[in-house]
Ligand binder design. Structure first.
Ligand SMILES: C[S@@+](CC[C@H](N)C(=O)[O-])C[C@H]1O[C@@H](n2cnc3c(N)ncnc32)[C@H](O)[C@@H]1O
Length: 441
């Protein structure tokens, strides 16, 4: 167990969201819940126009338009996180979450030989809270990381959230450089003096030894949905309801569609969701990690190729019919970790998924909680720490529904030389923290 986690060398932060709030892994839905508002949104008008022009659209196209359309997308112009928003995430609940992830990256940096430089890359950073907590740990452990050249790279499509991230993470006195049309659309310096850049696409991030982080990112990527029928797989599409004007409905494609190629030949479920965008991102991460080193840590709610219909919507901390008032609610589907593993195509090794409860316990959450409780005299803060711990760890809350999954270079798990290792003449690599108990060598 880490001496540093035990010693509590970094402080208790200000209060986070009042708990309980609604987190997104909670229920399943496919647009069958009663909707509270039946608004004809600009996005609905746009979709109806699109369907009238070109015919029914796939669920993936619907999700992509609704969430990230540059003009009207749900993620593009609002802050949907926290009490005032639509849902809450682990880093917004407790500072301990990000701190332990910060320790994970340092532990991997040490285990892989303390490279002279690394990039911390976060995909879909929300309000920047998670990166902020990680960077605070990096600062507090400055003596460990001294001489390491760190830079931060954020992949974010939301203009609104990127502004909030800049407020959370950057030094006000150093003006941000902006160029809306460039692949690096914003640049600055973090509060601890580290260069930070914003991108819309992972591909634009410089190649080099990097630690990649994706928390509740893969679940917002567009999924195709398929139903098994007596005639074979048929894709679920979205069409205009012929009986009710300004209303959408699900229909089945009359014949096979190209995305069917993503379904496994030996698939036994009768309904599946596939996410080609996730596959492309995993392939890019795997290629980068195999060639230039580092690791990817992916945390999300999901399953290992077992679940069926998980597409659902959230608005104002409530489940929301996915087809009603599009653009006003978040849309999400559980991540299929078996698909992510397949998409790594053996270029890198994968670990997990392990349950959040197991991962955080292995990272020393109990010790860290005790340190913070011992340091806090204020009853409301103590209560908040305990409630936050319960939300993150309780199997009925986020403890079992959320999972951690990692991509690592093969040599990180098996050593540089497999055979020499077997003969014990080269020390075997240290276990990967979180997936087993954290130890510092
Ligand atoms: C559910 S939020 C999670 C936020 C944060 N990781 C957290 O846990 O608090 C999803 C994040 O991914 C971003 N996002 C959604 N689709 C994206 C895409 N295609 N490319 C990059 N970022 C995206 C959103 O703007 C948001 O920052």
């Amino acid at each position: 167990m880490s001496v540093l986690v035990r010693a509590g060398v970094w402080p208790l932060r200000a209060a986070r969201a009042v708990i309980p709030c609604f987190w997104r892994g909670k229920y399943f839905s496919s647009g069958k819940e009663p909707a509270e508002n039946n608004l004809v949104t600009p996005m609905l008008r746009h979709l109806i126009y699109k369907i009238k022009s070109t015919g029914p659209i796939t669920v993936a196209e619907y999700m992509k338009e609704v969430l990230t359309n540059p003009a009207k997308g749900y993620y593009v112009h609002r802050d949907m996180l926290g009490e005032e928003g639509d849902f809450i995430t682990s880093p917004e609940i407790s500072q301990i979450f990000g701190e332990l992830l910060g320790i994970w990256f340092i532990s991997e940096w040490i285990a892989t030989g303390k490279t002279a430089a690394f990039q911390l890359v976060e995909l879909g950073p929300g309000r920047g809270t998670l990166s902020g907590d990680i960077l605070r740990v990096f600062s507090q452990l400055g003596s460990v990381l001294k001489n390491c050249d760190i830079s931060v790279h954020l992949v974010e499509v939301s203009q609104k959230l990127s502004e909030i991230q800049a407020l959370t993470l950057t030094e006000e006195k150093v003006p941000l450089e902006r160029d809306a049309g460039a692949p690096v659309y914003m640049k600055g310096v973090t509060k601890s003096g580290i260069p930070i850049s914003w991108y819309r696409d992972l591909q634009d991030i410089p190649k080099g030894f990097s630690f990649y982080l994706a928390h509740e990112f893969f679940d917002v990527l567009p999924v195709h949905k398929f139903q098994k029928t007596p005639h074979g797989w048929r894709e679920v599409l979205i069409d205009i309801d012929p009986h009710v004007s300004d209303k959408l409905r699900f229909v089945l494609a009359p014949c096979a569609t190209p995305a069917e190629a993503f379904i496994q030949c030996d698939e036994t479920r009768d309904h599946v969701e596939v996410c080609p965008d996730a596959g492309v991102i995993i392939q890019e991460l795997s290629e980068r990690i195999a060639v230039t080193g580092g690791a990817a840590l992916i945390a999300d709610y999901g399953h290992d190729g077992t679940k069926t219909d998980t597409f659902r919507g959230f608005c104002g901390h409530k489940l929301h019919d996915v087809l009603i008032a599009p653009g006003t609610a978040d849309l999400t589907a559980d991540v299929d970790f078996s698909y992510l593993r397949r998409m790594a195509q053996g270029k890198v090794a994968s670990l997990g998924p392990v349950k959040q409860q197991t991962f955080l316990k292995n990272m020393g959450i109990d010790v860290r909680l005790k340190v913070l409780l011992d340091k806090s005299d204020e009853p409301s803060l103590r209560q908040q720490l305990l409630q936050g711990y319960d939300m993150l760890m309780n199997p009925k809350e986020m403890g079992e529904r959320f999972n951690f999954f990692a991509l690592l270079p093969h040599q990180r798990l098996h050593g540089r030389n497999h055979q020499i290792n077997a003969l014990q003449s080269e020390p075997s690599p240290s276990p990967v923290a979180g997936f087993s108990e954290l130890v510092w060598r």
